[in-house]
Design a protein around this ligand. Sequence first.
Ligand code: NAI
Length: 636
Amino acid sequence: MTASYDVRDGIAVVAMDNPPVNSLGLGNRRFIAESVLRAQDDPAIRAIVLTGQGRAFCGGADIREFNKPEATTAPDLVDVIRLVEGCSKPVVAAIHGVVMGGGLELAMGCHYRVVQAGTQVALPEVRIGILPGATGTQRLPRLIGLEAALNMIVTGDTVMSDVLAAMPSQKLFDRIVPDRVVSAAIELAHAKADARPLPRSRDLKVEHPNAEAYLQFARNMVAATSRNYPAPLRCLDCVAQSVRLGFDAAVDYERAAVTELVWTPESAALRNAFFAERAASKIPDVPEETPRRIIQAVGVIGAGTMGGGISMNFLNAGIPVKILEMKQEALDRGIATIKKNYEAQVEKGELKQDKYEQRMALLSTTLDYNDLKDADLIIEAVFEELGVKEKVFKELDRVAKPGAILASNTSTLDVDKIAAFTQRPQDVVGMHFFSPANVMKLLEVVRGKETAKDVLATVMSTAKKIKKTAVVSGVCDGFIGNRMIEQYSRQAGFLLDEGATPQQVDKAIEKFGFAMGPFRMGLLAHPEGCKETGVAPRQITDEEIVQRLVYALVNEGARILEEGIASRSGEIDMVYLTGYGFPLWRGGPMHFANQVGLYNVAESMKRFAGNPRDDASFWEPAPLIRKLVAEGESFS
Ligand code: NAI
């Protein structure tokens, strides 16, 4: 940390520094507290400007501290805010870039706030199943009004500073400036140096002509849209206290509510997803500073279902795409589908006409491989036959420039075999998109045994640019997602053999939270009647159906982990949350198994293995599960 305390003409300029967004780790909290006390005690200082170095004022809590003792070591954020607010000299926040979560709560504890236009403002805590628990639910309604504050806190949405500053009667920002926010804050600090009493957001009243009726209406809306998630309603309860209770009592209420939410399984699940997504972008043996190759032009082979959707991702991100096909008719069909998709978005008002035209202008087509010689990344999405892939990759090897990344969208074939069709296996990688490829968030990045580290690093960064959640998978049949779904489908089949109906199976797993059951998903044919097994059908409970389907995923997931196909259980969870409709509030199959307890999972497997109508070998727990149970550990 190179945080700084400078004195400029009687003003202490305190600049936090904790890259990348000056999050409020213990070091930063101590620094702010010590700086404020130092300035307060120094008779030469008349006022304080609090700012952040780099690209943000402050992004909130330091996620690196989660679950570590530093997170609860004093001073906590509430202590720091109390100190800032109680300072006998004016504290002016100079805000730019990002002011979120605890960062916004800190800013709201300052006496004055100067903001730069284009700053992102949010209280996003609800997205990890909690609420802004350092006085945020009490200060924001006082500063921007009940309705606007409730909306921000319940959704966690980001609002630009320009929008907030333009709101009539808002008190969040005293000034908005196009740039040079610290100079503007110093100016304000001089102007307010002798102002007393100092304005405190805690002293403001929340004005609303009909607060209780509005809160009731809002409660109905939130309840209807947040089924399965307790945090949004608790956010509302807290905000409601801003009109019912005095500040201190309401803050006590907020504290109790956030403490309660932290322990809910939904919050644990959302935090798991939050951390897993961040961790998935880091590959254990690929250093973060690995230089990326430059991706400015993309080639796509095949204009079918996947090729079209894949192309749209890059066009949406402003990256030119050239699609190659075997025949003009296939190209025409593919382009027509892309146009149709965009036009539907324009019609629904999701895409502006000029944006649509800009995107289409980035798209070109060819029937000639030589036209791909300038592409930095070429993604193949042709028929799923090794022979066809061989032809395509030999052609690509002939024409692609040195250093171009050659990717296959294969869903089942061996990426190492595909790489071996070229003289440059280090440049070959799997990019397994999910259908519809322009919509689905998941991208499995399949790492061949020779795939170069900078190729992987580049593909991961590119995935971010095209807004995908990328998860690295080793080479195996079905990679992570489809390999697991195979076992899930088999188990669904066994359930039918025992007398469950497809409707019952779908209904049970959908009630658990899956977007679609295995039969509606089309994983298994919907049988006409149930198969004759020679065993009398028995009544199977929904609970058993859910356990058998989910534990089938978990058992295969454990094998995938022990084989090193995935490097962390969180990656498997991300695959299922973003590609297979696993309920987000349950955190993914591996997280869910951790919550149930692996001992209990293994015991259930034993029970299923003892069922003469199930397949005992199916329920042999993966060695990793046995080991973790013996050690009393979980997947993470
Ligand atoms: P598709 O049949 O819709 O499209 C394939 C296209 O490739 C056709 O337009 C065809 O004319 C073209 N093509 C075939 N051979 C070619 C060649 N030698 N040179 C140039 N173009 C050629 O197939 P789809 O569904 O788009 O699948 C493509 C690939 O994506 C396959 O490897 C498939 O396994 C994979 N995939 C498919 C998913 C899906 O849900 N459809 C999901 C994930 C991966």
